[in-house]
Structures are given as structure tokens and as C-alpha cells.
Design a protein around this ligand. Sequence first.
Ligand SMILES: NC(=O)c1ccc[n+]([C@@H]2O[C@H](COP(=O)([O-])OP(=O)(O)OC[C@H]3O[C@@H](n4cnc5c(N)ncnc54)[C@H](O)[C@@H]3O)[C@@H](O)[C@H]2O)c1
Ligand SMILES: [Zn+2]
Length: 358
Amino acid sequence: MGSFRVELGANSHPVHVGAALLDRVGTLASEAGLKPGRAALVTDSNVAQLYAMRALGSLASAGFDAKLIEVAAGEASKSLATLERVYDQLVTAELDRASVVFALGGGVVGDLAGFAAATYLRGLPLVQIPTTLVAQVDSALGGKTAVNHRAAKNLIGAFYQPRLIVADVATLLTLAEREFREGLAEVIKYGAIMDADFFSTLEREMPAILRRDPGRLAESVERSLRHKAFVVQSDEHEGGLRKILNFGHTLGHALEASSGYGSYLHGEAVAIGMVAAAQLSSAYAGLSADEATRLQRLIETAGLPTAMPAGWRSEEFMRALKLDKKRAGAGVEFVLIDRLGHALTRKLGFDEIVAGVA
Ligand SMILES: NC(=O)c1ccc[n+]([C@@H]2O[C@H](COP(=O)([O-])OP(=O)(O)OC[C@H]3O[C@@H](n4cnc5c(N)ncnc54)[C@H](O)[C@@H]3O)[C@@H](O)[C@H]2O)c1
Ligand SMILES: [Zn+2]
């Protein structure tokens, strides 16, 4: 098991990564100083079938009497309507302000249960137990919680740090292949923007990672989380450095938002966005052609798409791009890499973006 702390002053908390940690969440929660007693375990319908019993058993043996709160699997559950049903069940469970909310599942459960924990009784202690690769390397750490509004994704939310993160990489063995590969886009991202050595390791070990070798998975998840922790520690509320985590996301989000391109999963759109960002990095930040090619190859090896769809410079795409949150006048604050393992931001005009992508 690999363990470290996210240092955020009063919001500091431990992170544990390893195999078969699900059976130890109760003990780990006690060790983190959480008070046994009434609690809630929020999960979704898929994860409930696979892992709820084991998690509940581990919690019970450490004295956490957790009520199981199950929501339907899928993004639609990140809604105010589902949130209200979660609140209803927290009321029924008669939780008090020291009662712990355990979020067991992917990013949907983590964001939803996290926001419920942030707001119910003005804040209950939260434990993230991520079970998808996306959640283990990205959403569980950083304190962003939210539900969607019909007008936009993640419109209603809060920064709220968990008291503990337990990432059991053995749970990834049941994840569908496409969802697993999607998460690899974010793993590759950390190598590309922050750690050339990690990038080389991924180049070497991608076949073992794709076979979901537990040792290699634990290593990749822990290194990814340590990188995210480093960024979040220096910029908890996304005022500066945290922006580099958006590498590949400006064009990726525009692809996701403009319909007519089929339905890319987030990580697939980010994969394409990273390849395009590497081309822009060669054009505007001096990234060598060789390193741009290595990034594209690694993304390909991970089984992710790399090419912008034919005719991507559509009106709809440009409209989505111009709506980007990082917009700055006639362009966007764009994350580029000048070499593998080092990111920077530069303001790029929309015309420069369109011209710089192959
Ligand atoms: N808070 C953040 O910083 C942050 C960062 C990235 C993404 N997100 C959010 O995360 C969400 C996406 O998360 P996701 O990709 O994990 O999706 P998800 O939570 O919908 O999980 C994907 C699917 O996998 C299933 N699943 C989960 N764990 C499983 C397992 N171990 N075995 C088998 N099936 C399993 C789920 O039931 C679901 O059907 C989005 O809403 C996104 O906005 C948040
Ligand atoms: Zn992402």
C-alpha cells in the first residue's frame, strides 16, 4: 500500500492506494480520526452490487453503522432531484454533525455524495472511496464537488475536501474496458505536463497497465494522485497552477460540447485534445516533433483516439470553443508543453488554434 498526505492546512488528509483496501476502509477511517457511529455509504446501482457488502462489512467491524444510499448509475444522477433524495435518506438515517459520509463509486457518486456531505448540516466528514480510474486519478482528490443543472454541467457545487481517500486498485478489475482506457488519458496527462520520468515509465509499462496488473496500476494511480496533490496543494481554488490540469481539455471540452461528433467519453475527447495541444505546443512553445510524436504514440497505445474528427472546424465547434471558461477576449488561456513533463500557459487566438492543429 502507498500512502501520503495532501497538505492543505486544516483540510489536510491522508490518501491510501493499493489492492484490497476495500476491506480496510473501516480501520483506515478510524485511523484518520473519524468517529464511529451512524454513517452513510452512498454508491450507485452498479457499484452496490459489486462492492457495497464488502465496504459495509469493513465499516461495521470498525463501528461505523452505515446506511446504504443507492442512486441509479450514470451521469443523470448528478442532479438536484437525486441530491434531494440523498438528503431525504440522510434525514431518515438521523445523522449528526460528526457522522461520516462514505462515497463509494466513480466520479458521479464522488461529486454527488461530496456535495451532499458539503451541504448537509453545513458539512459532514467525507471519505472518498473511488472505484473508477477517472475517480482514482482525478475526481476523488482536489475537493471539487457538484451536481449538474440543465443549463450546464457542474453548475452547482462547492470546494469541499474529504477527510480521507482510499483508492483500491483491485476494484478496477471489474471496470468496463472503455471506461478503463478513458481514465488512462488523465494518467498520461500527468506525465506529459509534470513528470517526464513517469511518462517514460508509462511508455514502458502500458501493456502491463492495459492487462490491469495490480502492481502497475497501484504505481500509476499513486503517481498520478501525488501529482494532482502537488498541484492542489499550491493552488486549492484554481487561481493559477491548477490550470495546467486542463491540458488537452480546451479542445476536448469543445469536442464533447459540440454534438454531431458521436459521443466521445470525456477521456477520449481529452486524448484527442492532448494530441492537438501537442501540435499547438510544437507551433507555439517549441515542443520537439519527436516528443509530440511520443505523446501521440502513447495515447494510441492506450487504445485512445488521437485525431480530430473530419470537419471539426465547424461553426458549432467554434461556438463551443468560444464558450470555454478559460476564455480571454479573442482567445483562450491555453495549456501547452514546451517539453514532455513541463507545462506552461499561453494566450492563443482562435485563429492561431485553428491554424496550429493538423
Ligand atoms: N470533481 C472533480 O474534480 C472531477 C474530475 C473529473 C471528473 N469529474 C466528474 O466525474 C464524473 C465521471 O466519473 P466516472 O468516469 O467515474 O463516471 P461514473 O461515476 O459514471 O462511472 C462510470 C461507470 O462505471 C461504473 N463503475 C464504477 N466503478 C466500477 C467498478 N469498479 N467496476 C465496474 N463498474 C464500475 C459506474 O456504475 C458507471 O456506470 C463526471 O460527472 C465528471 O464531471 C469530477
Ligand atoms: Zn478531465
